[in-house]
Design a protein. Structure first.
Length: 386
């Protein structure tokens, strides 16, 4: 099959890392791959994996509240995807982001190949969700949580994200990461990883750090990540630094910025904390577990599907930073239990969240759509849609 992937980003978030893993492990004897996206690191990395790259801008839908601006951007995005899809070169279109799925959904079925929407987000307005489900041929959900939000309909297929075991660094990577930031090999390190976004909850993590700082005076707290391609007007990253200062822990918290080696960062931690709300999947969770690190997280979204309570980590009620601090403290004081959770997590990732399994799951969706008839131009599809 000739596959056309769509993505609107330039940098590498979790969705883009998952896409790169898919591009790397697809059966090249059966599939050719092309990625349409803006110039940037995603295009560079995908090109290095052998995907053909087509430059596409995929404009932001909403910027301000002018409805005419929104309409113009929707028209521009639709025209861009239609021009790509109508060439007849592609057997299937795979939208990797909500924005590109929206643009693909505006192209009539007669003007494009079958369309897969890879659902990477939980915060999708109800009407948009219904519209996209009515227009796509298959929606891939990374978790039961997302499948339930989509209504678990006939079009929904659950394919959890996967991790390549080769990406897990050598044991010394965590120590090297510590040395880079002047952290001793025996210092307790507690950290969180991910884009600096409010729903990721780094402000909750700082509250947890403040509760632990006086009880574990030798502990170091890491905030790994940046806001990447978020709106530059978003003040959340600066707000976090102000919060750390207000809590009196600015000298105990290290903001590392975006890292090329997130698994090395996870390996440097004794406990990995996740404070996300309505997490669609949580790639950082399987990364931490693959590195053998115990996880403490809020019981929210898809997290309980990944972190097994009392087996690979501990879960607390969303927003309960006091309970989260106690859970982290318990693992810092009981290193044997933390190590057991870490080993169980590593085993769980190998069994349920391998990259090969994820790729085979996506390929099964492609095979399912390989024989789907397309409507003639001006006609209607098998389900009555134009």
């Amino acid at each position: 099959m000739n596959l056309l992937f769509l993505d609107h980003t330039t940098e590498l978030g979790g969705a883009q890392v998952s896409l790169l893993g898919l591009l790397e492990t697809l059966d090249r004897s059966r599939h050719t791959t092309t990625l349409a996206c803006p110039p940037g690191r995603l295009a560079e990395r995908a090109g290095a994996l052998g995907a053909a790259i087509v430059e596409a801008r995929m404009p932001k839908v909403r910027e301000g509240r002018n409805p005419l601006t929104v309409a113009r951007r929707l028209a521009a995005g639709r025209a861009e995807v239609r021009a790509l899809a109508s060439s007849g070169r592609w057997d299937l279109l795979h939208a990797n982001t909500l924005r590109t799925a929206l643009y693909a959904s505006l192209v009539p079925a007669s003007g494009r190949p079958p369309f897969v929407w890879h659902v990477r987000d939980a915060a999708i307005p109800h009407l948009a969700r219904r519209w996209l489900l009515s227009r796509c041929d298959v929606a891939i959900a990374p978790s039961n949580y997302i499948a339930a939000l989509l209504g678990c309909g006939a079009k929904v297929r659950i394919v959890p994200n996967g991790l390549d075991p080769r990406s897990v660094p050598e044991r010394g990577a965590g120590l090297a990461f510590r040395r880079e930031f002047g952290i001793g090999p025996d210092a307790p390190v507690v950290g969180c990883l991910g884009r600096l976004l409010r729903w990721k909850g780094q402000h909750f993590f700082l509250d947890v750090a403040a509760r632990l700082a006086h009880r574990v005076p030798e502990a170091v707290f890491l905030v790994v990540g940046s806001n990447l391609y978020s709106d530059p007007r978003d003040d959340y990253a600066r707000e976090l630094r102000r919060l750390a200062q207000g809590l009196g822990i600015e000298d105990r918290v290290l903001f590392t910025g975006q890292r090329e080696d997130p698994l090395a960062a996870a390996s440097a931690m004794d406990v990995v904390v996740n404070c996300s709300r309505d997490e669609p999947f949580g790639r950082v969770l399987i990364e931490a577990m693959a590195c053998g690190r115990p996880v403490v997280a809020f019981r929210s979204g898809a997290v309980p599907e990944i972190v097994h309570e009392g087996v690979s980590g501990l879960l607390v009620r969303f927003g309960d930073t006091a309970g989260m601090a106690e859970a982290v403290l318990g693992l810092l004081r009981d290193r044997e239990r933390g190590a057991a959770y870490g080993q169980a997590g590593r085993t769980l990732v190998a069994a349920r969240f391998s990259l090969q399994a994820a790729t085979r799951g996506v390929e099964a969706v492609y095979a399912e759509l390989a024989g789907v008839p397309r409507p003639e131009k001006g006609g209607r599809g098998p389900d009555g849609r134009d």
